[in-house]
Design a protein around this ligand. Structure first.
Ligand SMILES: [Zn+2]
Length: 314
């Protein structure tokens, strides 16, 4: 049985010569229900189409669909985030929205199921509209979810956290490794930026990169007017507004976001393929060690750069 859902795509151009359209935004289109509105342009149909594409969101799938995925591509993607101030130009659910959108895009390429986003994370900015939970709640929820997924037949599980204070990341890696000690499932827990270093994204807060990612993943949630008020503001002025990193008004772009997203999709897909083939838990542990080493190296350089840039030397 195929997993199906209907979606309408606005302003979608189909070359007429390609009679069998099978991909849209990298997603498999199983069945085209309707093609409307010839644009008048030669060889192109333009307008709204209805397509039925494979469902990957766990909560929307029926038992038969889940059984089929667990049997044929036993990979699960678990997005984590939180509710936290992200400046006045971005939504408070950014980290979870970003993680869920990324998991969905990756799963469309690599297969598997995407769990609903978990908003119960640890730590957060000392700004309004921010929720912080006891680490034991985060750990328990993640551990029990892993246990169920493994019992239902999922062999490779990715925890992707869009909220990444160091203690949150280490907590998730520790839960993943503790779970692997008593399970045959392979579990990798990472912040999404660990897979985007070549694009130059090493994590920030509501600054250039998180804004760029949202421009690509959830563009309707970025308030361009609020963002423009930040133009030219100093690092300190941004910090006082709960924004940490490069000025989003001056540096964020959808192109930068799209490049990072493409790299994240590519690297996670490769890792999913290799872990599905090897089922090697030690490979997952190595991924964790490398991510920690990369993070420390980047942050050490970053702190040195900040000191040179912002501290006045005698
Ligand atoms: Zn964030």
């Amino acid at each position: 049985m195929l997993n199906r859902r209907s979606e309408s795509f606005e302003y979608f151009e189909i070359p007429v010569s390609r009679r069998a359209v099978t991909k849209y935004n990298n997603r498999d289109i199983i069945y085209l229900k309707r093609r409307v509105n010839s644009s008048g342009r030669k060889n192109v149909l333009r307008g709204t189409i209805m397509a039925e594409i494979k469902e990957i969101r766990f909560e929307r799938m029926r038992p038969g669909e889940l059984e089929e995925t667990a049997r044929e591509q036993p990979v699960a993607w678990m997005p984590l985030g939180t509710l936290e101030w992200h400046g006045r130009h971005l939504p408070v659910g950014l980290d979870a929205l970003k993680a869920h959108a990324l998991c969905s895009r990756i799963a469309e390429r690599a297969g598997g199921v995407v769990l609903p986003a978990n908003y119960f994370s640890t730590g957060g900015m000392p700004f309004p509209w921010t929720f912080k939970y006891n680490p034991s709640l985060t750990a328990r929820a993640v551990f029990d979810t892993l246990r169920r997924l493994s019992a239902y037949g999922f062999k490779v599980i990715f925890i992707i956290t869009g909220h990444y204070p160091p203690h949150q990341v280490l907590l998730l890696m520790a839960v993943a490794e503790a779970f692997m000690a008593s399970s045959d499932a392979v579990v990798v827990a990472l912040p999404e930026f660990s897979m985007a270093a070549e694009s130059g994204y090493n994590g920030d807060h509501a600054a250039k990169w998180e804004t760029s990612l949202m421009m690509e993943l959830c563009p309707d949630l970025v308030d361009e007017n609020e963002m423009s008020k930040l133009s030219g503001k100093s690092w300190l002025a941004l910090f006082q507004r709960g924004i940490q990193g490069e000025n989003p008004a001056d540096a964020a772009s959808r192109e930068a976001g799209a490049e990072a997203v493409a790299e994240i999709i590519e690297k996670y897909s490769e890792l999913a393929d290799s872990l599905l083939a090897s089922r090697d838990k030690s490979a997952a542990r190595k991924v964790h060690r490398k991510a920690i080493a990369d993070f420390i190296e980047y942050q050490t350089g970053n702190i040195k750069e900040q000191i040179d840039k912002y501290l006045v030397h005698p």
